[in-house]
Design a protein around this ligand. Structure first.
Ligand SMILES: Cc1cc2nc3c(=O)[nH]c(=O)nc-3n(C[C@H](O)[C@H](O)[C@H](O)COP(=O)(O)OP(=O)(O)OC[C@H]3O[C@@H](n4cnc5c(N)ncnc54)[C@H](O)[C@@H]3O)c2cc1C
Length: 501
């Protein structure tokens, strides 16, 4: 079956589902929409891999791209047992040979960036990553200082505001995120994501005074950022948020209510808070920037002189440790009038600004997942080349090689899909593609880290072995920054069906 007929098949499916949705509404056809989205994700990943093979002309990349194409065909059309066996044997051939360099064909500046971030992460993050995970410690200050020194907090901030961005280059953001996450998701890989979300909102809608006040401080790493959107009763359904900001007679705002799952809220000096300023659903939400002191550890309390209080308590999690994820309680917490992003013009714009920031945040989350998947693949390639079983080396067995080949194919497919989305975002489009890359990378990272623990045998289940950390860290990607089902149905699925109207 040719690629064109595969695309036609997807188009027919899309027409059928669009017609059904038009007749009965989307909720009656969630399962069909979700299937369509996943078929599209595998197809787009294969297409991105094909582009990489064509650009590099490299035989090993071509083999990976063909395997990704076969994967997509399997998801879209299903396949016979014979075809499944043939595909798995090809993956075993891939797993038996050296893999192409991850940045084969990339521009020299991207290769240099990868090398410098990788060297930093290997020296400063990797040595502390496992202990930090197991004892749920704070991120060491030298790691934060190192990320700042490399200029990574400023990659999306225009030069005019203290950043290093001459023109949009989301691929650089992804490369840096991947390499930090390859050393540790919690102790480095997630540091850049929070500022990214706020920076988009400030650049788009902040007043000139707000940009000058916060962007240089964020770019230099002098002030770290946390983002508080989720609440106890509202996560995916952001339009329902209830944490309220009320304007006082003196123009200042007072915040009351609870937020949940706010990562880094203790250490961060800047809290981005999406709060309700009127009762008009998503149009009643506004974005605030709160300044607070940095607190170490798992609990804090910020008592304002003659005003309110903000309490935070870290929620224990199975992975993604280091930044700590907090529940927050605001009681009469007072912020000045200019804490509202965009000033008076920003009233009611919070939902839209937040969603725009999330597009890049999601793509960065794809980068975080790819970093973890790559770490799992690297560790497993190493381990299986040394471990002896049944009188041979583990990676000489066909089934092991086939699994290694599948891990390599999926990790690279997620990477190429995310780079494709990055290019589109730089051109002002690509919101759907960013969500698609996040969906795909999150799922493949679960598969890859599962195989990594499997091929490590009992060592994969040991807490001292790093792949066990990758496995629990990987679980979070499909939950946060847009739950898998919500991204599939309400972002990618919606956009695919609208494109056919
Ligand atoms: C470790 C961690 C860190 C986080 N950090 C932050 C942070 O820094 N800031 C922040 O604001 N939030 C953060 N979050 C919160 C995260 O973004 C939310 O958990 C996420 O948006 C999902 O919201 P929820 O947990 O309330 O799930 P719900 O919205 O309650 O959904 C539960 C499940 O229901 C299903 N579902 C939901 N809606 C639909 C639908 N329409 N159709 C079909 N199925 C559906 C999905 O399976 C979903 O996972 C973090 C979460 C975690 C776990």
């Amino acid at each position: 079956m040719t690629e064109t007929s595969l695309d036609r098949e997807l188009d027919f499916a899309r027409e059928r589902i669009a017609a059904a949705v038009k007749a009965d509404g989307p909720e009656a056809h969630q399962v069909a929409i979700d299937h369509l989205v996943w078929a599209h994700a595998y197809r787009e990943a294969a297409r991105a891999m094909d582009g990489w093979a064509q650009r590099t002309g490299d035989a090993a990349v071509r083999a990976l791209a063909d395997a990704a194409g076969e994967d997509a065909r399997g998801v879209i059309r299903g396949r016979s047992m014979d075809d499944s066996i043939a595909a798995a044997v090809k993956l075993a051939d891939i797993g038996a040979r050296p893999l192409p360099a991850v940045d084969l064909g990339s521009a020299q500046e991207h290769q240099l960036l990868r090398t410098s971030v990788r060297d930093f992460a290997a020296a400063e993050i990797a040595p502390v990553a496992q202990a930090l995970h197991r004892s749920d410690l704070d991120i060491p200050e030298n790691v934060i200082a190192g990320v700042a020194r490399l200029g990574l907090f400023g990659v999306s901030i225009p030069e005019a505001y203290g950043g290093v961005q001459a023109e949009p280059d989301t691929k650089s953001v992804l490369i840096a995120t991947e390499e930090l996450s390859r050393a540790s998701l919690g102790a480095g890989g997630s540091l850049m994501t929070r500022p990214e979300i706020l920076v988009r909102a400030l650049v788009r809608a902040g007043t000139e005074e707000q940009k000058r006040r916060w962007l240089p401080a964020i770019a230099s790493g002098q002030r770290l950022v946390a983002v508080a959107v989720t609440e106890p009763n509202f996560g995916s359904d952001v339009a329902g948020l209830t944490c309220r900001a009320t304007r006082r007679a003196d123009g200042a705002w007072e915040i009351n209510g609870a937020k949940l799952w706010c990562t880094f809220a203790g250490r961060a000096e800047i809290l981005t808070v999406l709060a309700r300023t009127s009762d008009e659903g998503h149009r009643g939400l506004s974005l605030f920037v709160l300044e607070k002191p940095a607190f170490a550890g798992h609990e804090f309390q910020h008592v304002q002189t003659d005003a309110g209080v903000l309490r935070g308590r870290a929620i224990p999690t199975i992975g993604y440790r280091g930044m700590h994820t907090f529940e927050l309680q605001f009681e009469h917490y007072r912020v000045p009038a200019d804490a509202l992003v965009g000033g008076d013009a920003g009233v009611g714009r919070g939902f839209y600004l937040q969603m725009e920031g999330f597009a890049v945040g999601r793509l960065q989350t794809a980068g975080r997942a790819i970093g973890v998947a790559q770490a799992a693949l690297d560790a497993t390639l190493r381990y299986t080349s040394e471990r002896r079983v049944f009188g041979g080396v583990e990676n000489e067995f066909q089934l092991v090689r086939s699994k290694l080949g599948a891990m390599a194919m999926r990790t690279n497919a997620a990477r190429q899909l995310s780079y494709h989305a990055a290019g589109l975002l730089d051109g002002g489009a690509g919101q759907t593609e960013a969500a698609l890359a996040k969906l795909y990378a999150s799922r493949i990272t679960e598969l890859v880290t599962r195989e990594a623990t499997q091929l490590h045998g009992a060592m994969g289940y040991g807490e001292e072995t790093e792949v066990s950390r990758y496995f629990v860290d990987a679980r979070v990607f499909s939950i946060f920054e847009g739950a898998e089902e919500v991204l599939s149905l309400k972002v990618v699925g919606k956009s695919l069906l609208e494109a056919r109207k």
